[in-house]
Design a protein around this ligand. Structure first.
Ligand code: KIV
Length: 269
């Protein structure tokens, strides 16, 4: 019996906001049309994450992703999954002040069908979020462990381990909500703190490495499908052993080429 449900509902900002306390949101990353199409009628939201710089481009962190690359991949995702609510992750350096942020967000809206953008930051970026939302840009926030801060923070650190940090994270979420964001990603946060953050705001929180206490979850597709072999973070669940399946399939192909069992008579013109 198939576990694929036939209950797809196209998302919009209002439905996402109204999902709080009613439905757990499923978000997944995608970077190309092929995979986006596979995820289209299953996930509520597709995020074109700047994580593509690591998993797609093989770089050590997300920092060198450019806006043009994000636009290119978002167009591929929107072509593959036209019914999906697609969010473009604004790359490092593209929202350093109000003017830059708005100019770049308008470029995203002009050149893609992305429904929204995501930016990292809490209280420190609330003014920028406010400037964007008051100019009709739909913004998803991202607080907690923020990969774009990796070099300034000296690594990826789980957040919310002290009372002071807990208070800062709650203040970050409230500031981003007040600034008009429609949802907030909470990454790498102690689950008891993620729960308090989720209770402190009226917009949905979408967790990654933040326990099952948030209003939804997000995973990077290549992590959850087991294509990323270097290491498995504690918060990732492998739903497929993609790397092994692909290697076995390509090895089978090579064997068939070597012993000339591919192509067969049926596969020739
Ligand atoms: O870039 C990304 O994929 C992300 C998710 C991990 C939330 O920001």
């Amino acid at each position: 019996m198939s576990i694929i449900k036939n209950d797809f509902e196209k998302m919009n900002i209002t439905k996402i906001k109204n999902s709080k306390n009613k439905k757990n949101l499923t978000m997944i990353t995608a970077y190309d049309a092929l995979f986006a199409k596979l995820f289209e009628e299953i996930a509520d939201i597709i995020l074109v994450g700047d994580s593509l710089n690591m998993s797609f481009a093989g770089k050590p962190d997300t920092l060198s992703a450019t806006l043009d690359q994000m636009i290119y991949h978002t167009n591929a995702v929107c072509s593959g999954a036209p019914k999906s609510f697609v969010v473009l992750d604004m790359p490092f350096g593209t929202y350093i002040n109000n003017d830059e942020a708005l100019k770049n967000a308008i470029k995203v809206y002009a050149q893609t069908n992305a429904a929204a953008i995501k930016i990292e930051g809490g209280e420190d970026r609330a003014d920028i979020v406010k400037h964007l939302t008051s100019n009709s840009i739909a913004v998803m926030g991202h607080i907690g462990l923020m990969p774009q801060y990796v070099r300034s923070e000296g690594g990826y650190k789980v957040r919310g381990k002290t009372k002071e940090d807990e208070e800062q994270l709650i203040a970050d979420a409230i500031a981003i909500e007040k600034a008009g964001a429609f949802a907030i990603v909470i990454e790498g946060v102690m689950s008891d703190v993620a729960k308090k953050i989720t209770q402190a705001v009226n917009i949905p929180t979408i967790g990654i490495g933040a326990g099952n206490v948030t209003d939804g979850q997000v995973l990077v597709w290549s992590d959850m499908l087991g294509f990323f072999e270097s290491f498995k973070p504690k918060f990732v669940r492998h739903y497929l052993d993609g790397a092994t399946l692909v290697k076995e399939a390509v090895s089978q192909y090579r064997n068939d080429v070597q012993d000339k069992s591919f192509p067969s008579i049926e596969e020739e013109y």
